[in-house]
Every structure is written in structure tokens, then in C-alpha cells.
Ligand binder design. Structure first.
Ligand SMILES: Cc1ncc(COP(=O)(O)O)c(C=O)c1O
Length: 393
């Protein structure tokens, strides 16, 4: 008998299965709530939320008029606020209508897919990648075209991207600062990518869009700068989330921003279709309280110095233990090659010591692991000897 589940959801489910199984039925799933576990897997909080976050939400939860909790779309005040703030941050002149408020980056990405893509269109992205692009594409009846990032530094492989682009390609996704490698792509790489997309759009007679997925944009180490592709390639849509910088992904807030460099006809067409796209995808606007709280939330960040400290402590111990760490330039992840030997055995040896990391196999890179620096300092302290002992065993 054929399944009652739609084909596209079955495809999405198959692509997502390694992550889902890891989360719900693996050895990690069975132990993640044990009191003494060191959890370096997902980018979840392991300490109490930022005090300013809690007070902003508490204040904004008290209604001031009868419409306080009425349906909310992209409300004019937060749109205008973001046009100004994001504009100053990225040195671009946004208009409020360029910024659609969304329930995090997840929703922004899905809205972008539905705005510019039709069933069967191809989308190019680079691996290792955040593990949700592929299931999200499949669930939207789109065709993922994956290319590899270029080792050992995991640079964009522009030749591979160019080869992957064909007549059905309508979108390329790039993510910087990059999950899982922590790389930030510089202006040269972005300009080269923009040139390539321009040439390919002309060659195939169809405009290729770029989604620049930037939810880790504020989480950068060592004073590194950031150039948004929206400042370089006019057909860029930025997806952003406050879930990372506030480490509160359960309270959904983000946006999809159109590059103000986009020619006015295309830009206006996308603006005009935005409301319907967000409605039709299930009203994926942020809740009222998150929209009211936005100006206060914009000022807050998790402790970046603490992330850098944990990065340094772990990098030192791991390097001495024979791991090959790629120093992250941004995000809150550490990407490393396992020492020689069997990665599964290594993973289990850490799990024996109650240290759980994200296996790279989930991101198509079995020789690697990802460590989330959102683990608490106590977890890091307890885990350091475990990493050393695992490598010595
Ligand atoms: C690269 C990337 N994009 C988008 C998202 C989605 O972010 P949010 O859950 O805040 O919408 C994540 C979350 O892990 C991510 O790593």
C-alpha cells in the first residue's frame, strides 16, 4: 500500500532522518537530560536566558490597547526600525517595505523559496551545510543541487558552483558566518560569486537569485568584519534570525530583507507578493510580543567573549589531543576533524564520558565533528579532560 504521506514530505523526511534520529532516538537522545551531561550538540542554551530578554518580553506582554494581540503582519514600527538599523549595520539604504518580519530565519528562507521559485526549480548550496536546507527544499517541491566546500579551509568552491548551475537553476544559497565551519566569506569571494551569478543569469536567460542566510551575522570573533552579499549582488534576499544572537530560538523573530540594490521593478514585485506568500505559508509572521520587543532585543547579545574563551580552551585541548581544528571566524560552533581512527568509536568514547558532540556524518562529513560553544563553562571544564582521555585511549 502506498503511504498516506505526500511524496514531497516523505522525501523531506528521508533527508532529515539522520538529524531527527539523532535528536529523538540516539544514545544522545537517551542521555541529553542527565544532570551531569556535557552537551555540545545543538545550538541550544544551557544557562538561564539573558535578563534583558526576559524583562523586554515581560513588559511587552502587558496589553496597552484592545488590538495588542490582534493579528500581526509585518508591522510598520518594527519595519521602519529595522530598515534604519539593518541599513546602518550593512551600509545599505533599505526602505521599510524591503523588510518582512518573519518567525525566525526558517520562515524567512521558506518565504524566499516560495517568492521566487516554482516546482522543479533547482537550488545550489554548498556542503557541509546546515541540515535543514535540503528537507526544506524537498518539502517545497524544489531540487537541491549540492556542491562541496573546498578543503582544508572550507572556502566556497566557485568552479563547482558554476558547474552545478544549469538552465533550471533559479537560486543559490550561501550562509556566512557559516554553520558548521565558522567561516566568514570575504568581499573577494562574494564579488566573484556575484560575477558568476550575473554571467549564468545572462547565459540561461533567467535571473538567478541569492539567499544570503545570515543568522550568525553578529556572532563574529576577533573583531572580524562582515560584508553582506546584499551589498554586492542586487538579487539577494537576506534571511536573519534573532534566535542566535539572543540564544532564544524558541521565541521566534527574524526577517527577510530585499537588497535595496535590486532593480525597482523586481524589488516592487517581491514586496507586493510578500504578504500573500507569508499568509499562504501559514501566517509565518512573528508573534505580537516579539514585534513590540524588537527595539530592546536589538540591543542585546549573548556573551561573545565567553564564546571566544570556550573556543580557545577547546581548541587548545583538542589540538594537543590530535584533533585538527578549523579556527572559527564566527558562529558559535567549532568544526574539527577527528583524530585518526574510527569516528564512530571516537564519538562513543566521548559519550562514555558523558560528552556529546554533533557527528559530522549528519552534515555529510563523517571525518568531522561540530562542537557547540553554547555549552556552559562547567560543561567545557568537565569535557576538556574527556577529550584528552578519549584521544589517549
Ligand atoms: C544556517 C542556519 N540558518 C537558519 C537557521 C534557522 O534559525 P532560526 O531557528 O532562528 O530560524 C539556523 C539554525 O540553526 C542555521 O544554523
Amino acid at each position: 500500500m502506498t503511504s498516506v504521506v505526500s511524496t514531497r514530505t516523505q522525501l523531506a523526511d528521508a533527508a532529515f532522518a539522520p538529524v531527527r534520529d539523532f535528536y529523538v532516538s540516539s544514545r544522545y537522545a537517551r542521555h541529553r537530560n542527565d544532570p551531569d551531561v556535557c552537551d555540545f550538540t545543538f545550538g541550544n542554551p544551557h544557562e538561564m536566558p539573558l535578563a534583558g530578554f526576559v524583562s523586554a518580553l515581560r513588559e511587552c506582554a502587558v496589553p496597552r490597547d484592545k488590538n495588542w494581540f490582534a493579528y500581526k503582519t509585518s508591522e510598520p514600527d518594527p519595519q521602519a526600525f529595522l530598515a534604519d538599523r539593518v541599513g546602518r549595520e550593512l551600509e545599505l539604504v533599505f526602505e521599510p517595505a524591503d523588510i518582512a518580519l518573519t518567525a525566525g530565519a526558517f520562515a524567512a528562507i521558506m518565504v524566499a523559496f516560495h517568492l521566487v521559485l516554482d516546482r522543479g526549480d533547482e537550488v545550489v548550496f554548498s556542503e557541509p551545510a546546515w541540515f535543514c536546507y535540503e528537507p526544506m527544499l524537498l518539502a517545497a517541491d524544489l531540487v537541491p543541487r549540492k556542491v562541496r566546500l573546498k578543503g582544508p579551509e572550507f572556502d566556497l568552491d566557485l568552479d563547482a558552483i558554476e558547474r552545478a548551475i544549469g538552465p533550471k537553476t533559479r537560486l543559490v544559497i550561501i550562509n556566512s558566518p557559516h554553520n558548521p565551519t565558522g567561516r566568514i566569506y570575504g568581499r573577494d569571494a562574494i564579488e566573484a560569486l556575484a560575477g558568476l551569478l550575473e554571467r549564468a543569469s545572462t547565459r540561461f536567460g533567467r535571473r538567478i537569485f541569492l539567499v544570503s542566510d545570515e543568522p550568525y551575522r553578529r556572532l563574529r570573533f576577533d573583531g572580524r568584519g562582515f560584508v553582506s552579499p546584499a551589498a554586492v549582488y542586487p538579487w539577494t534576499l537576506i534571511s536573519y534570525s534573532y534566535g542566535k544572537v539572543l540564544l532564544a530560538p524558541g521565541q521566534r523573530l527574524g526577517y527577510l530583507a530585499l537588497s535595496p540594490l535590486m532593480p525597482s521593478g523586481d524589488r516592487q514585485a517581491l514586496r507586493d507578493a510578500m504578504f500573500s506568500a507569508q499568509m499562504a505559508l501559514g501566517w509565518c509572521f512573528p508573534n505580537a510580543v516579539m514585534q513590540y520587543a524588537l527595539p530592546e532585543l536589538e540591543e542585546l547579545s549573548i556573551d561573545r567573549a565567553a564564546l571566544a574563551r570556550r573556543r580557545d580552551q577547546l581548541t587548545g585541548t583538542l589540538t594537543r589531543a590530535g584533533f585538527d581544528v578549523l579556527p572559527p571566524e564566527g558562529t558559535f560552533y567549532l568544526w574539527s576533524k577527528w583524530p585518526a581512527g574510527d569516528p564512530d568509536r571516537h564519538w562513543n568514547a566521548l559519550a562514555d564520558r558523558k560528552v556529546f558532540v554533533m557527528p559530522g556524518s549528519i552534515m555529510g562529513s563523517p571525518e568531522y565533528l561540530r562542537i557547540s560553544l553554547t555549552a556552559s563553562d562547567r560543561m567545557v571544564e568537565r569535557a576538556l579532560p574527556a577529550f584528552a582521555a578519549m584521544a589517549a585511549a
